[in-house]
Design a protein around this ligand. Sequence first.
Ligand code: CTP
Ligand code: CA
Length: 232
Amino acid sequence: GTEAASSGPLAGRRVLITAGGTREALDPVRFLGNRSSGKQGIALAQAARDAGATVHLIAGHVETELPSGVEISNVSSALELHDATRAAAENADVVIMAAAVADYRPVSVGEHKMKKSEDGTDPVIELTRNPDILRALVDDRKNTGREQLIVGFAAETGDGEHSVLDFGRAKLQRKGCDLLVVNEVGTSKVFGQDTTEVTVLSAHGTEDAHAAGSKAEVAQFIVDRVGIELGV
Ligand code: CTP
Ligand code: CA
């Protein structure tokens, strides 16, 4: 069924979660994508549902089964995710942006399948920036005055000079969200894996909290942190 559990720490709360990767079309058969499996966002939807929340999941491209007992919207591109998420956020108490949003999309989308050039020149794909959905949500909240908890994710690798958490703290500031779930990524780490390790940073002075385990366990931990921020 789609009814929310009537009890639990998040009973009566409406939680919007985005999950999975976006695909940016090049032509009718080709796209630019990413390695997100959607597993963490889906685990979050399940954990929030089991905590009693009414959950709306906006799913991009995922490699795992979608959960039952939650409302589901399917999207493909970052622009579709942007429109669907901003609309759905109008009546959400909590928004969790777990989706892997493409930062750029091709400037033009071919109407027909692209053919190789006759003269041997190689194509160059010109890209343009996608809107920052998380920042738009923070702006919408401010402009409407609505009360809402906004949670972002950060996929970081760190570099020689800055640690993953240095980048995470800077990103939390930049985005203006309440919580930022930071994890370390790489081609074999996190993406598509069943276990993960995160640090949750809070904009409200709450101490950093670290969790490791299955994506279900980490989801439970994040939902617990959301409960703490909501004061439940
Ligand atoms: N995000 C978003 N819209 C985008 C890009 C990212 O809403 N166009 C969200 C992601 O869903 C995530 C958070 O912003 O919750 C951080 O994503 P990340 O890719 O780590 O941040 P960026 O601001 O894109 O920074 P970077 O240049 O490091 O990729
Ligand atoms: Ca990005």
